[in-house]
Design a protein around this ligand. Sequence first.
Ligand code: GAP
Length: 505
Amino acid sequence: MNQEDKFKNVISHAKEYGFVFPSSEIYDGLSAVYDYGQLGAELKKNIRDHWWKSMVQMHENIVGIDAAIFMHPTTWKASGHVDAFNDPLIDNKDSKKRYRADVLIEDHIAKIEAKVEKEITKAEKRFGESFDPVMYKETNPRVKGYVDRINAIEGRMKQCLETENLEDLKQLILDEEIVDPISGSRNWTDVRQFNLMFSTEMGSTAEGASKIYLRPETAQGIFVNYLNVQKTGRMKIPFGIAQMGKAFRNEIVARQFIFRMREFEQMEMQFFVKPGTEMEWYAYWKKERMQWHLDLGMPEESYRFHDHIKLAHYANAAADIEFKFPFGFKELEGIHSRTDFDLKQHEEHSGKKLQYFDPEENKNYVPYVVETSIGLDRMFLAILSQAYEEEQLEDGSERAVLRIPSKLAPYKVAILPLLKKDGLPEKAREVIHGLKGAFMCQYDEKDAIGRRYRRQDAIGTPYAVTIDHQTLEDDTVTLRERDTMEQKRVHIKELSGILHENIGA
Ligand code: GAP
């Protein structure tokens, strides 16, 4: 199955089994807004809990907060979002579709990169073990030509974005003969800036309503509370403040399902450090966050770092952790060294000091910040697309299985009475009663046992327990494992221990 088909299947599977629905679907949905169904809400909650536990519970110098979505409007002036949270927008006059100019160029670069990869794979086969891809890239004239072209395009794009030269950004699109992926035409409008923040009004007009914004990132709720938390928590640098919650962006290009949404959730952590030590911490958190993904059992080859060409207005270093989604490697998480930009800006706009008294140095300073920021919905999509498999079984039948990491699976165990009679349902409910305090359990008595196993595979339940007549005699059950489909007979008393050991819940 090609990746495009796989992605379509993941989306329809997510809907069919109650993971993700289009928002307000009975009114034909709302563009780039989604609702999580009964299984999606569980999976999302498990990802959230796992992140919180790894970041807050497992670090004695990180605490969590929950700030409001609405913030004083000056927050966004200070943070730079009112003036600089823009995307360069371009329309195609024939298809009437709107694009981000930088994304069009990045997609174009990705096509040239694919040509480089193809040449390298071919050469690898030809030269065998002695093949050196780095040397090949530098010396093979055709490949070197591609690499030089990529560098030239990236360099020019960076220059255009940094100097906000929108005319030359359009010229770059024309020079590279980039066509609209839908109409195939090069009939482009000029590039213009578009602010991504949603705004609304607070208060009645009689009182004089004021314009406020829906937060476009959770990070600013942490910055404005920096001193509150540092003082009340008696936090010593280096320390972190974590937060998760909704963020809102009026994205120009809404596509790829829950990858780019207008309402989404972030899980962010700001780590406050002594100025001059930020690069050490930046390297530390890059490594630590990558390890978090790998510890979930996600494959290493599905991840890579991408160092930013265009640094955000607040950063002196930034990298993305990219994940291989079915539509290619894309940003999943960002690690940013944000300097003292935000705290200094808030000091200036609020007139309040946001400093730290360092007892070792015996002086006050504004701390530097290293941030880790991951989109909860993107992590959800990464897990779902990695987990989804259509398998041909030995007996010729097929199954769709979600190999979700067990600790994140919506249900941990399904309890299935073999028949709907003879006291088996009652016994099954007894087993559930013993497990449900610690594990999400699902009861299912409908259809033949094979079909019930398939249903559990399709929603990613790692274990199924079947209650049969022998259970009534000796309290043993059949325990079936999702991934291997292996079955073994165990005592009811052993179930909790086995689940704890293998699920880590
Ligand atoms: N505080 C830094 C910040 O917000 P960002 O790179 O703009 O940085 C961080 O966003 C993460 O939030 C991204 O890596 C992505 O996972 C997620 N994210 C951003 N925009 C999103 C959107 N429109 N839909 C879903 N997730 C998004």
